[in-house]
Design a protein around this ligand. Sequence first.
Ligand SMILES: C[S@@+](CC[C@H](N)C(=O)[O-])C[C@H]1O[C@@H](n2cnc3c(N)ncnc32)[C@H](O)[C@@H]1O
Length: 324
Amino acid sequence: MSDTVRDVKALREHRSGPFKAGDLVQLTDTKGRHHTFPLQPGKQFHTHKGSFEHDALIGKPEGSVVRSTGGMDYLALRPLLSDYVLSMPRGAAVVYPKDAAQIVAMADIFPGARVLEAGVGSGALTCSLLRAVGESGAVHSYERREDFARIAERNVRNFFGAEHPAWTLTVGDLVSALRPDEVDRVVLDMLAPWECVDGVAKVLVPGGVLICYVATTTQLSRTVETIREHGRFAEPAAWESMVRTWHVEGLAVRPDHRMVGHTGFLVTARRIADGVDLPPRRRRPAKGADADDAWSPATTPADDDRDAQAAAREARLARRGDLP
Ligand SMILES: C[S@@+](CC[C@H](N)C(=O)[O-])C[C@H]1O[C@@H](n2cnc3c(N)ncnc32)[C@H](O)[C@@H]1O
């Protein structure tokens, strides 16, 4: 049997079928709390509600229920990738599942694709990228912090249950360590993606997608402007996504009271062919969009105007009786 076929089988068996020694299990107690750990023959799981033997689960189908000596029932399932990334040990902050899903979809990460990723952080997004490219693809990840790289290596191996055949990890700064190999997609999740735009443009194939994930509006602006000015990318697109979970119980059907309000912004841009000039943009930039004259007299109201606006506002408030 070829290595690849054996690898594919091992990866699949780690994700489905009856529980085996070494599989990750996620227990959910009757209050909805999760406990995630690898199953080890001869070991016990302990909580304040007693214990049970790992062997009680090994060989059982997923979705089984085990009872601890203290009478607590636990539903046993393998963690989904979206569960796993939120429970695994972290070095750097992870990309949340909602954003990882957007990255895979909007950067069009396809089976067999060659993907360049930096930085790796805790390896959460790496798991999604490896899943999307599959065993026939390639994810080449760069992480400049050795300690984070080791955490990511462990997290990725624990999730897949083995070394993933499509993954290569380089410890080093992307700008200096970048290999010259062609890639189909580039995924940047780091503080200063604009520093890497020129480097990755050299290895990204024409038509390839660059996607950047940034946390703040200032990073977003600098990233977009750098891509726009670079000259080898088509017009970038930027967005954020918000997911609101719902409480659905009988007649009480409403959005949950709490939600994750902000994670980050995403930017994508397509690599254009070398030697080609981008057709000029048809739409003129909005007035004041140019950073140089963002605060020029043409784009900000003159003092006279501001005085007039303030007087009008006061008159409006006075009419409503809001002024003393
Ligand atoms: C927010 S974390 C990435 C989290 C990761 N995407 C995940 O889901 O777990 C950003 C990482 O980028 C790394 N980094 C920043 N700039 C880098 C560069 N130029 N080259 C390589 N790694 C870089 C940092 O060390 C950090 O670990």
